[in-house]
Design a protein around this ligand. Structure first.
Ligand SMILES: C[S@@+](CC[C@H](N)C(=O)[O-])C[C@H]1O[C@@H](n2cnc3c(N)ncnc32)[C@H](O)[C@@H]1O
Length: 270
């Protein structure tokens, strides 16, 4: 399986333009992720991926498929634990009760484990007045999130038995998120390169985890600036544990909660 520099350059530029995801140095990843698409298009042989790239050039629907094949959609339930413990214990109390419903945005939600974990966390804490908006650039992962259907391997990744029993039901060979949780999450296609999605007011908590890490520094700055414009002045930004806005966008101050990477806007409440 080979990939010419020209094909790689085309795919890297397409994916950068459509999702901001950086592929520099990842020729092998591009070749291996596009190989199944080439096969599905009936192309075989050593140059199948190159021929596939030539085939999809300029074809909008196929280009979207290429972008979707290249984004990393790795996720799990209650990923990293600490942010989900902090949400009802520290973030919601700090926001106070005056502004309800609580508005949460899970940006880059992948197959839904993150926004459903948020909904389960809030319901478990007795907080019923909330909306979760979950967005992703990939229609493929959003369709999976909308189905709310997970296999045994997927539920084994982070979902405690207690939550499994209460919030999902077994049908056939899969687990289904119950309507009480599914109905609390609104799913929308949204590209973080575009202005933030509308909310009823601004978002109180934005989960933007394990997404910025795939962007170059300039794009991270631009995305953080957009998040600022839709975050309430006293709202919280929850990043992946290895991610930080520091050194990229000076507008943020860290909220010191162990095991988390949570920020508030400078000039907002301490
Ligand atoms: C690694 S997953 C993280 C999922 C979840 N936030 C978590 O931490 O488990 C990254 C997600 O970001 C999405 N993504 C990548 N580029 C994006 C963009 N420009 N706009 C919106 N979502 C994007 C991908 O499709 C993918 O589902």
């Amino acid at each position: 399986m080979s990939l010419s520099a020209q094909s790689f350059g085309y795919v890297a530029e397409l994916v950068r333009r459509e999702s901001a995801v950086e592929l520099a140095g990842k020729e092998y990843l591009v070749a291996s992720r596009l190989a199944p698409l080439a096969r599905a298009a009936g192309l075989e042989g050593a140059h199948a991926v190159d021929r596939y790239v030539n085939l999809v050039r300029g074809r909008r629907e196929d280009a979207r498929r290429v972008v979707e094949a290249m984004v990393v959609t790795e996720t799990s339930w209650f990923r990293d634990g600490a942010p989900f413990r902090a949400l009802p214990r520290e973030l919601v109390p700090a926001l106070g009760l005056r502004r309800r419903p609580l508005q949460v945005w899970s940006a880059g939600c992948s197959t839904g484990q993150e926004p459903y974990s948020v909904a389960m966390t809030l319901l478990d804490a007795g907080i019923n007045d909330f909306d979760v908006l979950a967005t992703d650039v990939s229609a493929r992962v959003l369709a999976r999130a909308a189905a709310g259907r997970y296999d045994d391997l997927e539920v084994s990744r982070g979902l405690p038995d207690s939550a499994l029993g209460r919030f999902l039901t077994r049908r056939g060979d899969a687990w289904h998120v119950r309507p009480a949780v599914r109905g609390r999450v609104t799913l929308r296609r949204h590209n973080l390169l575009e202005p933030g999605p509308p909310a009823h007011g601004r978002f109180d908590v934005v989960f933007l985890r394990n997404v910025l890490m795939y962007f170059d520094l300039r794009t991270r700055g631009a995305v953080l600036e957009r998040v600022r414009s839709v975050l309430a002045p006293d709202g919280f930004l929850v990043l992946g544990t290895t991610e930080t806005p520091l050194g990229i966008d000076p507008a943020w101050v860290r909220v010191k909660i162990p095991g988390t990477s949570i920020y508030r806007l400078l000039g907002g409440p301490a």
